[in-house]
Design a protein around this ligand. Structure first.
Ligand code: FE2
Length: 368
């Protein structure tokens, strides 16, 4: 098949080995890359190796004192309450180098797009959307989504961030809540007790950023069909109204069926690329959550193939992590029997909100 988009892929063995050590994503980076390699997709992309981010790169968004602490935080007992380095964000071995490579990759990925070296850049180790300016949160120490978006924003007038991780992209929302040049839309489970408990329909941005923040709160067990219908509707509206010059897709895979996050009941995220690939705008494709390693690898490999317009065979090729794909040894993910709490009334309520939101957007941003 003809490849009509130039696809770049952030990868180095060292970077992956550091990400493999993160407590919630043990070995995930290597498992994902292993499947991409098993389908030979890596041979069809421009590989961008790791680069240590400079202090200036790392502080594009983050507070310099916080970054300094992360860089010096080499011991697993370097807990720090003020910076959120505890509980689900414990200090990890080689933290400083991990932060340098994640920050470096964020700038490199965006830089390659800005310099027109690629049309799509894939950074599966990115998508750390919960990190705040001076605080780690929700398994995220460094917010590469915001760092990349700021680099893109230095060149492009309007950046659209679409977050389809099952958890609300709170760190990203907070960073751009008052901005009218970065539009954030997040699809996530929003129910009492589900982290991070933000992301209601009422959070629509403020100041000149009013109506540039759209949340699509969902309940547990949403089906693939329901999700696709809402997503296509929302993203069409975002593209038509906001007319982005560049798009970031944060493709967390924890909404898939059988993810330990037990949130949604999805079987595929690659459909989310279709509307974006039809646009003549560059795309930065990021990872995020995804705690069933085999399904996350299936999902992101399929998304990588979609960017390359490659069709993959259903049988997983034999490779080093082959046994993880038992018992099916197939690429497809199947829905499970979890309860679907999303009623037709809930979906209609979302549709009404989307309609009102874009009426508000037009009123506030187009007619002013
Ligand atoms: Fe998540």
């Amino acid at each position: 098949m003809v490849i009509d988009k130039r696809v770049a892929y952030i990868y180095s063995q060292r970077y992956n080995s550091l990400v493999d050590q993160l407590p919630q994503n043990i070995n995930r980076a290597s498992i994902v890359h292993g499947l991409i390699q098993a389908y030979s997709l890596d041979q069809k992309m421009q590989i961008i190796g790791h680069q240590h981010g400079s202090m200036e790169d790392l502080c594009t968004f983050h507070d310099p004192d916080y970054v300094e602490y992360l860089l010096k935080c080499e011991q697993e007992d370097d807990f720090n309450e003020e910076y959120g380095l505890q509980d689900d964000c414990p200090p990890v071995e080689n933290m400083g180098e991990y932060i340098q490579l994640l920050g470096g990759a964020s700038i490199q990925a965006a830089g390659n797009i800005v310099e027109n070296k690629c049309d799509i850049c894939i950074h599966w180790n990115g998508g750390r959307h919960h990190a705040q300016m001076a605080e780690a949160s929700g398994f995220c120490y460094f917010n590469d989504v915001v760092t990349s978006a700021l680099r893109l924003r230095s060149h492009f007038k309007r950046v659209l961030i679409i977050d389809i991780d099952a958890h609300h992209g709170d760190g990203t929302q907070d960073a751009f809540y008052y901005s009218d040049s970065v539009f954030c839309v997040s699809f996530h489970r929003f129910e009492p007790g589900f982290f991070p408990s933000t992301g209601s329909m009422q959070e629509i941005g403020a100041g000149k950023g009013k109506f540039c923040n759209l949340n699509i709160p969902l309940k547990e067990g949403l089906t693939q069909k329901q999700y696709q219908n809402i997503y296509d509707h929302v993203i069409s509206e975002c593209l038509n109204n906001f007319s982005p010059d560049c798009v970031i897709l944060v493709a967390g895979a924890d909404g898939l069926a059988n993810d330990p996050a037990r949130s949604l009941n999805l079987t595929d995220l690659s459909f989310a690329l279709d509307l974006l690939l039809q646009q003549n705008v560059p795309l930065l494709l990021l990872g995020a959550g995804g705690y069933n390693n085999a399904n996350t690898a299936r999902c992101w490999t399929l998304m990588t193939a979609r960017c390359l317009k490659e069709t993959l065979c259903e049988q997983i090729p034999y490779h080093g992590y082959y046994s993880l794909y038992q018992p099916s040894y197939e690429l497809s993910i199947h829905a499970n029997h979890m309860k679907n709490s999303n009623t037709d009334e809930d979906i209609q309520c979302l549709r009404n909100h989307i309609e009102q939101f874009f009426c508000g957007y037009k009123e506030f941003h187009v007619r002013k």
